[in-house]
Design a protein around this ligand. Structure first.
Ligand SMILES: Nc1ncnc2c1ncn2[C@@H]1O[C@H](COP(=O)(O)OP(=O)(O)OP(=O)(O)O)[C@@H](O)[C@H]1O
Ligand SMILES: [Mg+2]
Length: 502
């Protein structure tokens, strides 16, 4: 019998079907993966099942009985908990407060029992082996910390179905492992999981069955053993799929574009880092959570203050680093948090893309709107942004398509140095390769790329060379030749040096 059975589900946005006649069944105790290209309808499906959106037709059966889920409270009540793709935390609330958001605080009639709240949170963290400073406010937490907090929150109430929409998008492998062991424990207890991800390895590792959506329609549901990575991708985009192969570019690098000399930040997150990136090079930067990857990029870009050391760009020593100066000069940062740092949700795609480059399209006081739109459309097409046009609001796009807009925006400013912090986060596997191709083209044309990803395999797929960071310091500088994930991880855990000597 099904735990949740959905039939004939429709959802229409602005005259287009986001979901059309979708069916799906989730069995008790299974991990059911849901995959599809960016904009295929995965999050919309989840939002309907959890009462965020109301459907435009279709039926939901829960344990064999018809149900209507009018709001998120209804979903929780029947036993469906969720971690949405666009995270839902209150920035100024502490971990504890966010954890109890929307739940009844334990109270003794007059006051809230803070002690009871803390104990409940602590035992939950112990049970699942999660370490988080719950007194910190959400805005002071890193993206992975926030994800773990949301996952914990979903676990606060017993549930029969836990829905995770791209939970690992900003997690490192190590943190993902924590999540996977947590999933394992839930499955043992008979909880079902609906799992959305673009990461093929975890889909094949975790799931029992896999459902594929394409353009708002259900294409297939298969047992894991019945398919493989390429087969799944072909179902997703209805095309034969071949993975891109990395070509080694020996001796291709040119003059140094970026030289970081002994840089330490005021907050001590980066400690005496030196590295360089040359023309035509894609340099990877890898490290575990807290290694200082994001902080280093932010320092180079001028968002974070350094206390000592130098940043040299194209041979010129930069004394005052600032985002504005960086942008004017041709240095772009593709930040980790698209919602907070890169996009204005209420503005159109075109406005977002051209925001930093209005100068380029104005002659005197006049804006050359036609050119602007044409270039924006060109990049949108290259990146296959799924939208009704350049005039659609960014907030209405799917998560992956928002990320594509962030990338298009970076390309529009024609930079020569790309500082990329998780640039392919949330994008589907086809677009991810397209982004790699575009970065490679930029590099081949003389640009330089510093590339951070929490997905080690991705770094190894794209980088010519890579630096490993550990607790704010560079612990290895490796040409990407015969490097295995194990080699890199050994450095991340601070063991690399010993291994070399033995
Ligand atoms: N609030 C909204 N208003 C208008 N259109 C929307 C809205 N929410 C989603 N859509 C559209 O519905 C379609 C499906 O989006 P959805 O977010 O479900 O995709 P997804 O499969 O989750 O993609 P991703 O992998 O990028 O997260 C997209 O074309 C999107 O633009
Ligand atoms: Mg989504």
């Amino acid at each position: 019998m099904s735990l949740l059975k959905v039939e004939g589900l429709n959802k229409i946005f602005g005259g287009h079907y986001a979901l059309s006649d979708v069916h799906m069944d989730i069995r008790p105790g299974e991990v059911h993966a849901l995959v599809g290209e960016n904009g295929a309808g995965k999050s919309t499906f989840i939002k309907i099942v959890t009462g965020v959106y109301s459907p435009d037709g279709g039926t939901l059966l829960w344990k064999g009985k018809a149900v209507t889920i009018n709001d998120p409270g209804d979903a929780r009540e029947i036993g469906i908990n969720v971690v949405h793709q666009d995270r839902h935390l209150i920035p100024s609330f502490t971990g504890y407060e966010n954890l109890f958001l929307g739940l009844k605080y334990p109270s003794s009639g007059v006051g809230v029992k803070w002690k009871a709240m803390q104990n409940r949170a602590k035992s939950l963290m112990e049970e699942y082996g999660v370490k988080l400073d719950m007194n910190k406010t959400a805005e002071r937490m890193s993206p992975p910390e926030r994800t773990m907090l949301e996952i914990l929150r979903a676990m606060m109430l017993e549930c029969n179905l836990l829905i995770l929409d791209e939970p690992t998008a900003s997690l490192t492998d190590q943190e993902s492992e924590q999540l996977f062991s947590l999933i394992g424990k839930l499955i043992e207890r008979g909880t079902s999981i609906l799992y959305v991800s673009h990461r093929m390895d975890e889909i094949f590792r975790l799931s029992h069955r896999i459902t594929v959506f394409r353009n708002g329609q259900h294409v297939a549901t298969v047992n894991r053993a019945e398919t493989d990575r390429d087969g799944l991708i072909s179902l997703m985009n209805n095309k034969e799929y071949k993975k891109a192969i990395r070509i080694e570019r020996e001796g291709a690098a040119g003059k140094p574009v970026l030289e970081v000399r002994n840089v330490t930040t005021v907050d001590g997150k980066v400690k005496g880092v030196s590295l360089d990136v040359r023309e035509k090079e894609i340099v990877g930067l890898f490290g575990l959570a807290g290694a200082g990857r994001t902080e280093l990029l932010e320092t180079i870009y001028g968002l974070r203050r350094k206390s000592s050391g130098d940043v040299v760009i194209r041979g010129e020593l930069k004394s005052g680093l600032s985002p504005r100066a960086s942008l004017d000069e041709g240095v772009v940062l593709i930040p980790e948090e698209r919602k907070r740092d890169a996009l204005v949700m209420g503005m159109t795609i075109r406005e977002n893309i051209t925001l930093p480059v209005l100068k380029k399209f104005s002659s005197g006081w006049k804006l050359r709107g036609g050119e602007e739109r044409k270039e924006a459309e060109g990049w949108m097409e290259d990146l296959k942004v799924k939208a009704s046009g350049t005039e659609q609001e960014v907030g209405q796009l799917s998560g992956g398509n928002q990320q594509k807009v962030v990338f298009a925006k970076a390309l529009m400013s024609s930079p020569f140095l790309y500082l990329c912090d998780e640039p392919t986060q949330a994008v589907d596997i086809m677009t991810r390769e397209q982004i790699h191709r575009l970065l490679r083209e930029q590099a081949d044309a003389g640009g330089a790329v510093l590339f951070v990803s929490s997905d080690l395999q991705e770094v190894l797929d794209i980088a010519d060379r890579l630096y490993v960071l550990h607790e704010g310091r560079v612990v290895a500088d490796l040409p990407n030749r015969d490097v295995t994930p194990e080699n890199v991880l050994a450095y991340c855990f601070g063991q690399g040096k010993d291994r070399d000597q033995s």
